[in-house]
Design a binder for this molecule. Structure first.
Ligand code: URA
Length: 196
């Protein structure tokens, strides 16, 4: 039986050759995701930005720095969690990913989730939330844990946060995001307790 890390490595190698949508020819690098294959928590953002496209790593720009700071607040490092995006290739000029791009990339994200089997998926921003919890309003559901049955995954618990890039320069949203983020350990503890 292959380890989760080996399975992810194989998946990422296949992802690098993806041609399922029009983004791959216009981006520099596929940004599959990275972190601990055995992670209990998986963070899912929207799509790579310029820095991510240049380096092939998720959340390495200003939003990524902020994400690292918030992880440190709850005594976690990037290496403790898994960080990925709904779309693995940078949309030109950082435009929102199109519905067909999100759909084309979905099998990759689904495969990642199936390998990692995180106890908690933390969605970062509206687009990530929308993929799993359609029709919800982020202003109403941020900071709330929700259990959903997702085809191909089964029962999964989600915790919805504002996107670090959106909150970075917005004082009120920044405070809310930090407050919600600090609750992650409690949410995880409760999930574990209920699974006992
Ligand atoms: N924003 C995202 O949603 N993902 C990244 O990887 C970087 C910025």
């Amino acid at each position: 039986m292959k380890s989760k890390k080996e399975q992810l490595d194989e998946l990422n190698a296949r992802m690098a050759k993806c041609s399922a949508c029009a983004l791959r020819p216009v981006c520099k690098n596929v940004v599959p995701g990275e972190g601990n294959a055995e992670a209990e928590i998986m963070f899912i953002g929207e799509a790579p930005g310029q820095k991510e496209d240049e380096t092939g790593h998720p959340f390495v720009g200003a939003a990524g720095k902020f994400l690292n700071e918030m992880l440190a607040m709850i005594n976690l490092k990037r290496e403790d969690v898994y960080i990925a995006n709904v779309v693995k290739c940078r949309p030109p000029q950082n435009r929102d990913p199109l519905p067909d791009e999100i759909a084309a990339c979905w099998p990759w994200l689904l495969a990642q989730i199936k390998i990692i089997q995180p106890k908690l998926i933390v969605t970062l921003g509206r687009h990530s939330m929308e993929r799993f919890l359609p029709g919800m309003k982020i202003s109403q559901v941020h900071g709330k844990a929700m259990r959903r049955e997702i085809p191909g995954i089964g029962k999964q618990i989600f915790y919805t946060l504002y996107h670090p890039a959106a909150a970075l320069y917005n004082g009120g949203m920044r405070e809310t995001l930090i407050k919600d983020f600090r609750r992650i350990p409690k949410v995880l503890k409760k999930i574990k307790k209920e699974a006992e």
